[in-house]
Design a protein around this ligand. Structure first.
Ligand SMILES: Cc1ncc(COP(=O)(O)O)c(C=O)c1O
Length: 366
């Protein structure tokens, strides 16, 4: 029985009709760029995350670039971020001309470990960019305490709906960035992203940066981007948003089922900090001989993925920063041992039992 890592068809089936209708409405209106659906969806997300402003843009990667620039990061600055994330986290820092300064993760939560922050802050540090990886928020109070006046931008691409001490992602830092990439918990039909902030100045600047740096048409105050959330995407996402909490609950139930099945084994299950409410964008385990398990699962047509096989500081594109193997032992260990297994909302217990069996069989011999 093939089991994909993510089955969007199943998830979307019950709301296909409403989505078709929303798409048809946009086609009828022909307001494809920053149409009323974008404004309405921005307001819905602002309400959902309890922030004052939500600014739609073309992707989560762009959201990071816009937010960093709006927070004042520029050429020659440094931005401290996690050694273990998707490329875009560090790529965005590079794109604004700043230097990513990587710090290691907490090996249990995969998130940037605040204990390494203070020693990496210099006069050039102009932002701190924690990532809420796999759906679990980083330790925000400790990070904000150490940051002091330095702006903290949350990479919330994988964590829409997650909370730290009951307070939603997006409300802790100066701004937060979310992604609507199809594999995210709220995923569109292509690329899309959003900046969340309660700071008026950051919101205004992001709104201008996404339309070529213009506040008034054809009056460009700074060099910006063409980075808008498509009306079609906003229309689709508007239909999905009311289902997000239910989908998250299903992910949480799946995670609990796996946790139970893997307890008292050598399989390392996700550790969720007592202050965190994870939305389980991924359910990531660690095992010995990870590649062997991955191959076994592939052979059995069970989806799984390695997020991420190489820590950011060791990526070839950041070679000139001079990081070496061994500099980030926790991120490197995670890269060698972690494996994401299916946790999508529509996954059945029968499917989970098949996945559990293959993982347990592997653990018993490794
Ligand atoms: C942690 C993280 N940051 C940034 C991004 C970039 O988002 P996007 O793919 O929408 O550009 C992603 C997702 O792909 C991500 O997982």
């Amino acid at each position: 029985m093939p089991i994909p890592l993510l089955d969007l068809k199943r998830q979307l089936l019950p709301i296909r009709h409403a989505i078709n209708e929303a798409i048809a409405n946009v086609i009828d209106s022909t307001r494809f760029i920053l149409g009323p659906e974008v404004v309405a969806f921005e307001e819905q997300i602002a309400r959902y995350t309890t922030v004052s402003h939500a600014i739609g843009c073309a992707s989560g990667s762009d959201a990071l670039i816009l937010a960093l620039r709006a927070a004042g990061v520029k050429k020659g600055d440094e931005v401290i971020t996690s050694a273990y994330s998707f490329y875009a986290t560090a790529g965005a820092v590079w794109h604004v001309g700043a230097r990513p300064v990587f710090i290691d993760i907490n090996p249990k939560t995969y998130n940037l470990d605040p204990q390494y922050l203070a020693q990496n802050i210099t006069a050039r540090t102009k932002a701190i960019l924690p990532v809420h990886l796999f759906g679990q928020m980083a330790e925000m109070e400790a990070i904000l305490d150490i940051a002091g006046q330095i702006p903290v931008i949350e990479d919330s691409a994988q964590s829409l709906g997650a909370r730290w001490k009951g307070k939603p992602t997006g409300t802790w830092g100066s701004a937060a960035c979310i992604s609507f990439f199809p594999s995210k918990n709220l995923g569109g039909f292509g690329d899309g992203g959003m900046i969340l902030t309660s700071r008026q100045d950051i919101a205004e600047r992001c709104r201008s940066l996404r339309v070529h740096g213009a506040k008034k048409t054809y009056m460009h105050e700074e060099v910006g981007y063409n980075s808008r959330l498509d009306t079609l995407q906003a229309a689709v996402l508007q239909v999905m948003l009311p289902y997000l909490d239910e989908w998250t609950d299903q992910r949480r139930r799946h995670a609990a089922y796996y946790n139970e099945a893997f307890s008292n084994t050598t399989i390392q299950t996700p550790t969720i900090h007592p202050n965190a409410e994870s939305v389980y964008n991924q359910y990531v385990i660690q095992v010995e001989n990870r590649d062997e398990l991955r191959d076994r699962m592939n052979e059995a047509s069970i989806g799984c993925a390695v997020y991420y096989p190489l820590p950011l500081p060791l990526q070839p594109c950041f070679r000139e920063l001079g990081y070496q193997r061994g500099d980030f032992p926790h991120a490197e260990r995670a890269a060698a041992h972690s494996l994401a297994i299916p946790v999508f909302p529509a996954l059945t217990q029968h499917e989970m039992d098949a996945i559990i069996q293959i993982v347990l069989d592997h653990a018993a011999t490794n």
